[in-house]
Design a protein around this ligand. Structure first.
Ligand code: 5GP
Ligand code: ZN
Length: 115
């Protein structure tokens, strides 16, 4: 836990969030400023600053993230229609919260390429 980290505080329950899934490795909660009808954030409980800092030790975690994304999308009823999992990494990637997270977006036709 990083004392100054917003997502560590949400993981610790110090800041409220609407949580849809919780296990020993990660939590999934609603984004405060949704960009699609369904916009969840998949957040590992371990503080990792960005995707650049992932190591081989995190391989299982990253695989788990995609399994949970599919499960949450299925449980919420938008998996068959389709969804997107996005990690914004560092400045050019659009990262603003420095605790790794994966956006799970669905509920509308998403355009490509992204902005
Ligand atoms: P990034 O741009 O770093 O990939 O995404 C950060 C995301 O965190 C943004 O989509 C933003 O809306 C979301 N966010 C920022 N602060 C909070 C908060 O306090 N609570 C929740 N639930 N989401 C937040
Ligand atoms: Zn953190």
């Amino acid at each position: 836990m990083e004392s100054d980290c917003l997502f560590c505080k949400i993981v610790a329950g110090e800041i409220p969030a609407t949580i849809h899934y919780d296990d020993e490795k990660l939590i999934v909660f609603e984004d405060i400023d949704p960009k699609a009808p369904h916009h969840l954030l998949i957040v590992p409980k371990k503080h990792i600053r960005s995707a650049v800092e992932l190591t081989e030790q995190d391989n299982e975690l990253v695989g788990h993230i995609y399994q949970v994304a599919a499960k949450v999308a299925t449980d919420m009823g938008f998996a068959d229609a389709g969804f997107r999992v996005v990690n914004n990494c560092n400045e050019d990637g659009g990262q603003v919260v420095w605790h790794i997270h994966f956006h799970l977006l669905g509920g509308r036709k998403l355009t490509w390429p992204p902005g």
